[in-house]
Design a protein around this ligand. Structure first.
Ligand code: T46
Length: 134
């Protein structure tokens, strides 16, 4: 699953008025978009994430500012830095994620393949690793 996680470059339309980026479900992301949410007013030094999803796929975009995301499939870890609104990080199911190093004023937007469902979360790392190694 970690090999399917990747940075996706999104289309950009530039003109003298500024830039425009768009994301189409099933086209720029390999899922239908069922939910969007965003993290903002994140205090310096905050850690977010610390969980994995059974079924959910997501695209994470730094709409403003920057932050780091560490992905972990239970065997291998990979670190990404997001800093531009026309790149998104695709995270597929069964990948643990941790987010930190949020810059001041950063906004993290997430496009998700399903509505919010707490039963889709692994919030315990040992339980996640046990399930991931099965
Ligand atoms: C993820 C990272 C990037 C809702 O009620 N609806 C929602 O759509 C979401 C995402 C969360 N919540 C509630 C659940 C918790 O009581 O908001 C509270 C904080 O959620 P959480 O601690 O999961 O937030 P993060 O920033 O650690 O994680 C979130 C997503 O949950 C997660 O899927 O990948 O952002």
């Amino acid at each position: 699953a970690l090999d399917d996680c990747r940075i996706i470059e999104l289309p950009q339309v530039h003109d003298q008025r500024g830039n425009l980026t768009f994301v189409e479900g099933g086209r720029h992301v390999p899922f239908d978009i069922r939910r969007a949410y965003y993290l903002y007013d994140v205090p310096a030094g905050s850690h977010r994430g610390g969980h994995a999803h059974r079924e959910l796929s997501q695209l994470i975009i730094a709409m403003s500012g920057s932050f780091d995301i560490l992905l972990d499939d239970g065997c291998e870890k990979r670190k990404f830095h997001l800093a531009r609104p026309h790149y998104g990080l695709l995270i597929t199911p069964m990948v643990w994620r941790e987010m930190d190093n949020f810059s001041g004023g950063s906004v993290c937007m997430v496009l998700a393949s399903a509505h919010y469902d707490e039963s889709d979360y692994f919030r315990d790392y040992q339980q996640f690793c046990a399930a991931a190694s099965r």
